[in-house]
Design a protein around this ligand. Structure first.
Ligand code: NAD
Length: 283
């Protein structure tokens, strides 16, 4: 029997835990506030930003919205970030990516103070994660670890294969699986014999960005498959990087798209916001 890993239910449980913590902090007179900055009016970004604000409202975090025009300069954005870094009433700063091409993302990410970097993208937080020190964890990979743990899937000693080496998913995912004592292999666009490598995996994490690329020939019988990909098909339905229907019966557990990894990213963002207001790892 294949188990469907229910990201909706698990993310709801995390948001409810966060809500309880936020309520308790409020009773002690401490309010948590997240600054959400969007530059330009990319419709996909607007949807993500809106979902983040809705999650903030649900858990009781105040979201402070900055909707800046496309023509905003890098200097203007840096000035806003600097003001928010120095504003004690703001606990977290989120700059929605991608930014317009005239603004350098790496410069902006580095400008956010590590103690307010709730996305976990600042090099200081990435470094802390790698050497096992406290810091903010990148939300999507941290959410995947929670999906596995809360589904009673042990990582220790398992062959874990990650497909994809992006800074926001693949690389931090590999580091977190290693931290949980998995034996980790990272594959990417230049990996040779991808199918053979994937067929070694007890836990296969797929973050490629190619709709339904992974079929049953990549999956060991009984493997756990986590699909990070998200794509809108011509019929308007969503699909992942894994061909869900084709691989389903080979897996012991699998995440659906939608309702798998997606909702976890926002839940972990809420978790990071609370961490930033409570026992901030960088202070
Ligand atoms: P990316 O484009 O930055 O990275 C893709 C990675 O896949 C690269 O490292 C590349 O080497 C590898 N790759 C590409 N083609 C390959 C191939 N043929 N064989 C093996 N490896 C190959 O993408 P990303 O930002 O890591 O996102 C990956 C997917 O996850 C996208 O579909 C994205 O929309 C989705 N995503 C979802 C969430 C979520 O919250 N659910 C969050 C982030 C990203």
């Amino acid at each position: 029997m294949t188990k469907i890993i229910d990201g909706k239910a698990i993310s709801q449980a995390i948001k409810d835990e966060v809500k309880d913590t936020v309520d308790a902090l409020k009773k002690d007179g401490k309010e948590i506030a997240l600054a959400v900055i969007q530059v330009g009016d990319d419709p996909a970004s607007a949807v993500y930003v809106n979902n983040k604000k809705k999650a903030c409202a649900y858990v009781g975090i105040r979201s402070i919205s900055y909707e800046l025009p496309e023509v905003t300069t890098e200097e203007e954005l840096l000035k806003l970030i600097n003001d928010l870094n120095n504003d004690p009433s703001c606990n977290g700063i989120l700059v929605q990516l991608p930014l317009p091409s005239h603004i350098r993302e790496d410069v902006i990410i580095k400008a956010i103070h590590p103690s307010k970097d709730v996305d976990g993208f600042h090099p200081e937080n990435v470094g802390a994660m790698l050497i096992g020190q406290p810091g903010f964890l990148s939300c999507t990979p941290a959410g995947i670890i929670q999906l596995l743990k809360r589904s009673d899937i042990s990582i220790e000693g398992k062959e874990c294969v990650v497909i994809g080496r992006s800074n926001i998913v693949g690389k931090p995912m590999a580091a977190l699986l290693l931290r949980e004592n998995g034996t980790v292999t990272v594959c990417h666009s230049r990996t040779k014999n991808l199918k053979e490598v994937c067929r070694r995996a007890d836990i296969l994490i797929v973050a490629i960005g190619k709709p339904k690329m992974i079929g049953p020939e990549y999956i060991k019988e009984g493997a756990v498959v986590i699909d990070v990909g998200i794509h809108r098909m011509e019929n308007k339905k969503l699909c992942g990087d894994v061909d869900y229907d084709a691989v389903f019966s080979r897996c012991s557990a699998i995440t659906p798209v939608p309702g798998g990894v997606g909702p976890m990213t926002i839940a972990m963002l809420m978790y990071n916001c609370v961490l930033s207001g409570k026992d901030n790892p960088n202070r």
